[in-house]
Design a protein around this ligand. Sequence first.
Ligand SMILES: [Zn+2]
Length: 481
Amino acid sequence: MNYEPVIGLEVHCQLLTDSKIFCGCSTRFGRPPNTNVCPVCLGMPGVLPVLNRRTVDFALRAALALHCEVQPVSVFARKNYFYPDLPKGYQISMYDRPLALRGWLEIDPPGGRRRVGITRVHMEEDAGKLLHEGFPDSDRKSHVDYNRSGVPLIEIVSEPDMRSPDEAHAYYSTLRDLLVEIGITDGNMEEGSLRCDANVSLRPKGRTAFGTKVELKNLNSFRFVQRALEHEIARQTQALDAGQRIVQETRLYDPNEDRTYAMRSKEEAHDYRYFPEPDLLPLAVDAAWIDAVKRALPSEMLAARRDRFVTQYGLAPQMAATLTGSHDLAGYFEATAAGSGDPRGAANWIATEVLRKLNEEKKDLGAIALRPETLGKLVRLVKDGAISGKIAKNVFEVIYPTGRDPAEIVKEKGLVQVSDEGVLTAAIEAVVAASPDQLQKYRAGKTTLLGYFVGQVIKATGGKANPALVSRLLKERLDRP
Ligand SMILES: [Zn+2]
């Protein structure tokens, strides 16, 4: 039987606030266990949560960047369950009245561009962390660290719009880049800043009704998302082909064994006995608040900028993707291109020379002396034929660390490209006279030797000869009987 996978992802994202969502404790990662804690995040009786406004700002940024409809009023709810990392016995989350609904994210999987629906974005608090290893009594006891208890999260739930592990991978990585771009998370997956659960079911191709879904928990890297889904799809296909029924359950992916195994039967919402959080007022977000958040977002997101670079400057998609790695880099390119008269040339200079230097020196664009306007002048000198590309590389080495005007360097060092036919013809005659063997082979049909002659003439002029002109003159000279 031919099945179609139906995949939806739930992504938890830790927000980059300094303090926790309902108390003033620090959110710093890696502190000694139970040092970022207070009665509120330890769930002591009688304490009251106070909502951190910045958490809402950050959650709104995500909601708007994902084209969601922000709800004028949303409500925090208690999600009740027992686990030792949850000191109150409930998690403050949002349930039937989340912060934002109905958005979308555009992705570029191998099969072509698609839009994935966003069901909802809501805020909640993180739980603590159980430590099962690393203590002298770890064979008998587990320890718990509440530093993470109360760290703000948003949960982003997608529609079941993805049809392959490739698409799920593209969605997750595009979403991560977007959340990092808007400055609400560091996106650090090793430290758990981003976590992903996937729902996957199969249905016979052509049928619209969904099959029974299985939830895969804790897929902590892009690769694990892809591999766990591939594995789970294979498992469900085999079961369905054997006439078995899929059980609705939660499964864990083990990357070491590359398989999933059943963890528990899937809870239903009623298992959590949700009810509105009585200690917090409903959250009202007015138009002025939304406008203020909108102003803090980039006016054009990187994905849109990447598309524009292709249409406006004629860059290849891969080059456009490289140059939109950050807004700083994209801005540097646009400023370089503006004065260069040659956007594609500008793109090449940045992608090869500038990024190589930054990489070697482990520096940011903001820390270098070479201004984009200055680099644009260098690109223009090449474009106008004033200097050759080879000479330009030498000039670049001078202007990169100093930020000096390239035209000045060219003048100072006498590097202006030689385009005087008289001068070039003399150099050509000298080279031809000194290379009788190559001349004979060339005339015998080995025309690839033209490159050798061009190289010799350019060398004879100290690299200053105009290569296009040399090539034309040489061809005339060598082909003359
Ligand atoms: Zn606290």
